[in-house]
Ligand binder design. Sequence first.
Ligand SMILES: C[S@@+](CC[C@H](N)C(=O)[O-])C[C@H]1O[C@@H](n2cnc3c(N)ncnc32)[C@H](O)[C@@H]1O
Length: 221
Amino acid sequence: MTEANSRSITTNQQGLHEKLDEIVTKHLQAEFKKPIAAHTQRAFDEVNERVQAFDGPVILDSCCGVGESTANLAKLHPDALIIGIDKSSHRLEKHDVEYKQAEQGQYILVQADLNDFWRLALAANWQPTHHYLLYPNPWPKAKHIQRRWHGSAVFPYIIKLGGQLELRSNWDIYVKEFARALALSGISTQVEAYESDEAITPFERKYWASGQSSTRLVVKL
Ligand SMILES: C[S@@+](CC[C@H](N)C(=O)[O-])C[C@H]1O[C@@H](n2cnc3c(N)ncnc32)[C@H](O)[C@@H]1O
């Protein structure tokens, strides 16, 4: 289990990044042409077969880490197939040992880079009903804005994939920036504080145990 002494976010940003609008607008107008990595293509092809054969709602749990949230979401949405995606094999390998839940619901964990996976999912016409993005890496240094999902070239594909998107972070500016990036795409949404009696991911549990709070947005794309 993760320890309960998570340091709070340290950033040299006071508010939204000064270049946010410029960066997001550039990405909204350009196609993301970087070639797809072979390992993500293979991982996608495998899971795509299962998704195409599945007759029910498909839900994405992007940046799923050890997949605890994926298993929790499968319990919450028993009629759906939940796809948890993370690039870290180290995290995914911990799933069966430490984070497997009761045999309820159906889910698949995939090791893949989301910069490629989201583009493949869109090209294969996936239409997730829900898309969870829980505690993505915040990249709080201003110079790393393009590593945040809303500052990355793949951002327009998150929007095009559609469904009800839920983003949670322990850094409120991340969520506010994401909301601004959505606004630049013509989608308005509310940012709100989020708390619950039960954490559904290890990072969420760790942040709350060390006195940090969560901010989220939920939006129908
Ligand atoms: C802060 S952790 C949160 C994990 C989990 N959602 C949780 O709350 O416990 C962020 C996760 O994003 C994953 N990640 C970062 N960049 C990624 C990428 N390009 N593709 C897939 N996963 C990525 C990392 O491997 C890491 O597991």
